[in-house]
Design a protein around this ligand. Structure first.
Ligand code: NAP
Length: 482
């Protein structure tokens, strides 16, 4: 069944299998960043709704989901994946209107969400314990048990896939989930709640709670029935969550900011590196925690690389996200564009070279041209801080050791790329870069089957793969005397 979600009321909280308004009566306007117009309003949860959502999730955990057979859990998760696939187009259109994401990217992300559910549907029966030959004899084995209610708090930059990659492994492991989407992008999360219910998930096992993080976040994180908080967002909010969760030693996983390096050696395929690198930072209009926003290029090829990089950047098609050909849409909000523009203004004031972009390409919509900065100093704010907009800095390097010191001189450590045709160098450098995810001669960061997460202030714990599923369990050891 294909539907228009805005008509079918995907603009309310989804609690205990039913849509409902927030008890405080507040609504959150949804602005299309390409037109600057409000196109929907979504109910906002109040503190009373947090209570209802968590208690309902706890009931669903204790009364049904925890003890459902693995076979039934698998079937339901596959059903969710099927409904996502059948509704690719409405989900993608909605995401595109909600946050300005190019429609082709939005479709890919919906498919990614479906694949995540398929992967964890299969994983339900592959979460193994161990048998351990303990010294005193007898029989010793481990169990991976669900924790209870998981609070999943997600950002607006990849709203649908990130919601899926928290909800699916948590459910697969036998937990129930309260999902809090970002205020700027709640619509596809609410649809996910509806699909899950339609797919046979017991009422309450997935609650969707749109609402202002600043108002309901602390109550959700501090709630004594919440056993784990899985958060993706800014380092500042992640750190606050860690502080609150410490109160009752809640389990947490945090996927936070990044300032990822893109390292290009002279022996690399320069053409390929230079022409693919712009989208490694400008895709999603730079609002990507894995954006390769610090480019390190070996000096011998620096000029040739920059020339090709700038040419490829200038060819990127910026425009209406609902057009099939568009590669770069607007930023999510006027505020987000202002933040990115402030970095550019500061760089200009410091005399840095703006080799491409820097301006607003269209009168309407929160657009900003992909911007390339040269001659930046390693002390510059734009070199050190996450912009979360379409701004890249490119610097030359002369030797590997000095370059690696600069790469690792960052509080972040999420992702990155290394371009070289020397295998030994690729392996040596990949061991030394301080980051949770790396790719060699490629810019891919996310694989459903592999762990994803950061070193240092980029996070704690891992999403995706079996590591994520283990992270939604407690490990129990059972000893049986002979
Ligand atoms: P954010 O401001 O930290 O918000 C993320 C989520 O946290 C939103 O749902 C937000 O709700 C909620 N929130 C805000 N204050 C809260 C509080 N006090 N307690 C609990 N929840 C609270 O981040 P953002 O601006 O949406 O996202 C951008 C950041 O996410 C960037 O730093 C980016 O690097 C990071 N990110 C990291 C990854 C990764 O995997 N490492 C992936 C994507 C994004 P409201 O929207 O209602 O404020």
């Amino acid at each position: 069944m294909i539907r228009d979600p805005l008509i079918e009321g995907a603009t309310q909280l989804f609690i205990n299998g039913e849509p409902r308004d927030g008890s405080g009566g507040k609504r959150i306007p949804q602005i299309n960043p390409a037109t600057e117009e409000v196109f929907a309003e979504v109910a906002a949860a109040a503190l009373k709704d947090v209570e209802a959502a968590v208690e309902g999730a706890q009931r669903a955990f204790a009364q049904t989901w925890r003890d459902l057979s693995p076979r039934k859990r698998t079937d339901i998760l596959f059903n969710i994946a099927r409904l996502i696939r059948e509704n690719t187009e409405p989900l993608a259109q909605l995401e595109s209107r909600n946050i300005g994401k190019p429609i082709t990217d939005a479709r890919d992300e919906v498919q990614l969400g479906a694949r995540v559910f398929e992967y964890y549907a299969g994983a339900v029966t592959k979460l193994f314990g161990q048998t351990i030959p303990v010294a005193r004899g007898g029989f010793d084995f481990t169990l991976r048990q669900p924790m209870g209610v998981v609070a999943a708090i997600v950002p607006w930059n990849f709203p649908f896939p990130i919601a899926c990659w928290k909800v699916a492994p948590a459910l697969a492991a036998g937990n129930t989930v309260v999902l809090k989407p970002a205020s700027q992008s709640p619509l596809t999360a609410i649809m996910l709640g509806q699909f899950a219910h339609e797919a046979g998930l017991p009422a309450g096992a997935l609650q969707v709670l749109p609402g202002a993080g600043g108002e309901i976040g602390d109550a959700l994180v501090a709630h004594p029935l919440v056993r784990k908080v899985s958060f993706t967002g800014s380092t500042a909010v992640g750190s606050r969550i860690m502080g609150i969760a410490a109160g009752d030693l809640k389990r947490i996983s945090l996927e936070l900011g990044g300032k990822s390096p893109n390292i290009v050696f002279a022996d690399a395929d320069v053409e390929q590196a230079a022409t693919t690198s712009p989208m490694s930072v400008f895709a999603n209009t730079g609002q990507d925690c894995c954006a390769r926003s610090r480019v390190f290029v070996e000096r011998r090829i620096f000029n040739a690389f920059v020339e090709k990089f700038v040419a490829a950047t200038q060819q990127l098609r910026v425009g209406d996200p609902l057009q099939e050909a568009t590669q770069i849409g607007p930023l999510v909000s006027a505020g987000q564009r202002r933040v990115a523009e402030d970095f550019i203004v500061e760089a200009r004031k410091a005399g840095r070279t703006v080799a491409a972009g820097g301006g607003r390409p269209l009168d309407k919509g929160f657009y900003l041209e992909p911007t390339v900065l040269l001659e930046v100093d390693p002390g510059d704010r734009v070199w050190r801080e996450e912009v979360f907009g379409p701004v890249v800095c490119i610097r030359p390097f002369d030797n590997e050791a000095q370059m690696l010191r600069e790469v690792n001189d960052s509080r972040y450590g999420l992702s990155g790329s290394i371009w070289t045709n020397d295998l030994k160098r690729a392996l040596r450098v990949s061991r030394q870069v301080e980051s949770g995810v790396l790719s060699i001669n490629s810019h891919s960061s996310v694989h459903v089957e592999a762990p994803f997460g950061g070193f240092k202030q980029s996070g704690l714990g891992r999403d995706l793969g079996m590591s994520a599923m283990e992270g939604y369990t407690e490990l129990k050891n059972v000893y049986v005397a002979e």
